[in-house]
Design a binder for this molecule. Structure first.
Ligand code: TYC
Length: 101
């Protein structure tokens, strides 16, 4: 029996697209104790003591530091939780999110 082969006429779009990623950014302030910033970075972002200290000191010196990159939902949830951890102690500690270029 002869085989009938058909060629697809249209290009099939890939089914999965890479989700857009968002940076979580730590903002410096003059009031939040350094050690508290390090504790929040370790707790919420699972950074090591060394990584957390580097991120904190970079924000302290330069004004801001990228903490990590996540999907939009995860970045926003973590930024909110980390900001709220400071608020709960009366500190103006602030994390924001921003889409990656
Ligand atoms: N600048 C703060 C201080 O001197 C420490 C600090 C660092 C606060 C980084 C916020 O994102 C921050 N106590």
């Amino acid at each position: 029996m002869p085989e009938i082969t058909t060629k697809p006429r249209t290009q099939v779009k890939p089914q999965v697209e890479r989700p857009k990623l968002y940076k979580v950014i730590l903002i410096n302030d003059d009031f939040t104790p350094r050690e508290f910033v390090v504790t929040v970075l370790k707790g919420e972002f699972k950074l090591s003591e060394d990584q957390a200290h580097r991120v904190m000191i970079t924000a302290h010196r330069r004004g801001v530091c990228v903490v990590a990159v996540f999907t939009k939902d995860v970045a926003e949830t973590k930024a909110t939780r980390a900001t709220d951890a400071g608020k709960a102690k009366g500190y103006p500690l602030m994390f924001t999110t921003e889409p990656e270029e």
